[in-house]
Design a protein around this ligand. Sequence first.
Ligand code: NAD
Ligand code: USQ
Length: 404
Amino acid sequence: SATNGLQHTQSKRILVLGGDGFCGWPTTLYLSELGHDVVVVDNLSRRKIDLELECDSLTPIQSISQRLSAWRSVSSRHVRFVYLDVAREYDRLLELLVREKPDAIVHFAEQRAAPYSMKASRQKRYTVDNNVSGTHNLLAAIVESGLDVHVVHLGTMGVYGYGTSGGEIPEGYINVVLPGGRESRILHPSYPGSVYHATKCLDQILFQFYQKNDSLRITDLHQGIVWGTNTTQTRKDERLINRFDYDSDYGTVLNRFLMQAALGVPLTVYGTGGQTRAFIHIQDTARCISLAIANPPEPGAQVEIFNQVAETHRVRDLAKLISDKTGCEVKNISNPRNESAENELDVANRKFRSLGLEPTTLEMGLLDEVVSIADKYKHRCDKSKILPNSFWNKNRRRECEQFG
Ligand code: NAD
Ligand code: USQ
């Protein structure tokens, strides 16, 4: 139900930065349905990148004003929209904070595709400028406003790196003995695998500093790969439909495989498919964020870090699961990325479980729903956007061009 794990929530004023995006839109609706007063803040840059890449969401997403008026007609709830660039319009951001006096700010407003961030220098620089400035502007504006706001940031499992750590990945921190014998609790070492993932590591350091210096209250959610498209709220009206990225830059692996199966084209497994990753369903993204909002860190407490993941899977096992289900072919292609070919992954997610989250897993029928959405809209797919066209370095590009 919409209130899964949320018995004690009181209504709050919430800004959702990046609330027009894939995770932000369903989260906005979920928070609004729970009775919070929500304002979406977005510069629509994701829609502009669609134009740049000459690609579109597989699902026919509506403009932000159509989305909000549709939500008003189905729910009688009013969500406002502010068109604002968090990374470039500091003064307007500060004014917005002072005017709205939010209790919580959910921060999704970053360039989030690893392949896009590796395309060329322009996209590398844009990703760093946009993500790091956006996060820093938000923190500086909160300090300047003098408000006590809880920041809930969407980070990534990718900050921990893949293939470098043995054993269970803890939730953010590790206890170490420093040279000289001093004991310390420090952030888990960062091992980013792309320029995008590196910006999330830089965000972590900014959070640590602003917590220490200004006692800001911050929760950083290290989220795994999100799959699925619709939620209980976006299903209420066709005009509320969520984004579905399938192209090689923005489409994430499980949704891409499900869409490829619906189209009847071979599943694009990069390399051996031995990469193990963490996954979470889009409905649980929204649930986790509302749980985080309901459980802010105490003033003065260390940055709260949750691993926002439901389960882990190996890429080739996902391909086999979908191939067994649908009969589609699996194709191993050269890996455009520079990443470990094989890795194990064991992730702690006890904090969200202790707050009552019962995560959705792959077995629970939602795979069929994604395939049927992909099937319904497959006429909108541009097949030329499926194969990789961003490469981590010159060698990867050469291998992909030579061997396919
Ligand atoms: P998305 O690109 O669909 O949404 C991001 C939104 O932020 C877009 O609407 C975009 O227009 C907006 N935005 C970007 N820069 C902005 C700026 N400077 N000012 C105002 N608005 C800006 O991405 P998503 O999939 O919804 O991801 C949201 C967040 O969750 C990201 O920070 C991402 O790193 C994190 N995350 C996503 C996934 C996933 O699988 N999708 C997994 C883990 C973490
Ligand atoms: N992969 C394939 N075939 C494909 C697409 C991807 O084999 O067609 C492989 C990739 O090589 C990679 C894995 O699948 O090993 C995951 O790739 P992805 O594109 O699904 O996910 P990733 O690039 O890691 O990024 C996504 C989101 C990002 C978020 C991250 C969470 O785009 O915003 O931070 O998932 S995590 O991976 O846990 O760091």
